[in-house]
Design a protein around this ligand. Structure first.
Ligand code: ADP
Length: 398
């Protein structure tokens, strides 16, 4: 029986959603929406299943100061769309991206009161992200209490990590209370692991490093389609540099900020989430396109450092995997940043990676130079598709 499923991905300054018509294993995208620029220049863009823009609404910043306010706008649009059959029928269920699932959620789960309480209790592990993910869950529970809702966790795909990868070198009691190397972007990595079976079945079972390079950035080591390690850890701050986050830091820097700059936890949190990374280092922007267009010395340095750190971590994950069969690029920078891709591959030539410049510029799936070395691939991620898949699965067994 055909059902319409809605997938909602509420981030720190944007809300993405997609509605799929699904019948068995087929998922046809009916509509997708992006409300971006929340708190700065809010704008809602709705597209049909073929990616043609159906509507664009520039919104007043005063009307959309927060993700919660943005959720109401998206909710109103969806409610109207359901009434006019614009998405192909009534919604049967909603799946949500939830950043943190803590130590216990190792797969997607249907949301009931107890699950909601557990997700809410994990807010301290992702204080800036978890409340944004909770906003649409709570709003839809009020709006349509009859609709089943599902939570898909960014940490769940990594919960199979071995204990060596899951630990910090700190006392055991902290591990037992949840101070672990969780890893994030798991919904995206799971999608890529599935997609590899289709686009490169010969390497899907092998050793693959996936570079999810968007506003948040991380790398994941896959063996046989399962995550075995990742650069993000306890929070989404660790690992490689990002748009506004620094990636791995000497913890001594946090002590320095406390002692020498008299910064408290809230000030350090703002600094680490919003004022570092490409933006902090360049002093100009978190956007790779802006930095690439600039001849400022620090803009160039920020990009050089970004590539250097990613190349270094690819080496570390290659060591963990004992060599690699493929490197996969995904997310905003990974899918669109041809220069960044070329520089990362050049820096990883020692692993046998090489790039076909024409394929790289043309944004093909297969970017490799066709030598006998590991493959280089670009696969657009689709977290909402993965969320819809989990939602369907959980509905079927409910
Ligand atoms: P999010 O993590 O919010 O989902 P995205 O995956 O959409 O973010 O990635 C957003 C980032 O993608 C932007 O900050 C920008 O740096 C980068 N990006 C988008 N287009 C390009 C491009 N043509 N070249 C390089 N980087 C790009």
């Amino acid at each position: 029986m055909q059902q319409i499923l809605l997938a909602i991905n509420a981030g720190s300054s944007s809300i993405k959603f997609q509605a799929f018509a699904t019948d068995g294993d087929r998922f046809d995208r009916r509509v997708s929406g992006l409300l971006e620029g929340i708190g700065s220049q809010p704008r809602l863009v709705i597209r049909d299943g073929g990616n043609t823009v159906l509507a664009t609404r520039e919104l007043d910043i005063a009307a959309v100061p927060s993700v919660e306010a943005g959720e109401a706008i998206v909710g109103d649009w969806l409610t109207g769309a359901m009434a006019t059959d614009a998405i192909g029928g009534p919604i049967a269920a909603i799946g949500h991206r939830v950043v943190h699932g803590g130590p216990d959620f190792s797969s997607a789960v249907r949301i009931d009161d107890a699950v909601l309480a557990r997700i809410t209790a994990l807010t301290h592990l992702a204080p800036l992200h978890q409340p944004k993910n909770l906003a649409p869950i709570l709003a839809w529970r009020r709006r349509r209490p009859d609709l089943p809702q599902v939570a898909c966790f960014d940490t769940a795909f990594h919960r199979g990590h071995g204990e060596l990868a899951d630990r910090f070198a700190i006392p055991d009691e902290l591990y037992r209370e949840g101070v672990r190397r969780y890893g994030f972007h798991g919904i995206s990595y799971e999608f890529i692991a599935e997609k590899l079976q289709e686009v490169a079945p010969s390497i899907a079972a092998g050793r693959v490093i996936v570079a999810h390079l968007g506003n948040g950035c991380s790398l994941c080591a896959l063996r046989g389609g399962r995550s075995i390690d990742s650069t993000m850890s306890f929070t989404a701050l660790d690992g490689i540099p990002m748009g506004t986050r620094p990636g791995a830091l000497d913890p001594g820097i946090v002590l320095y900020l406390m002692r020498e700059k008299a910064m408290d936890a809230a000030a350090i949190e703002r600094f680490l989430y919003h004022q570092c990374g490409l933006k902090g280092l360049s002093g100009i922007s978190n956007d790779v396109r802006v930095l690439e267009a600039s001849d400022d010395r620090l803009a160039r340095l920020a990009l050089d450092h970004f590539v250097y750190r990613i190349t270094k971590e690819i080496g570390a994950l290659a060591a963990v995997l004992g060599g690699i069969d493929a490197l996969v690029f995904t997310a905003g920078i990974g899918e669109n940043g041809a220069d960044i891709r070329a520089r990362i591959v050049a820096g990883s030539a020692w692993l046998g990676l090489s790039l076909d410049e024409g394929a790289n510029r043309a944004r093909r799936t297969d970017l490799g130079a066709g030598t006998s070395g590991p493959r280089v691939l670009m696969i657009p991620t689709d977290e909402e598709w993965m969320i819809a898949r989990h939602t369907r699965r959980l509905l079927a067994i409910a």
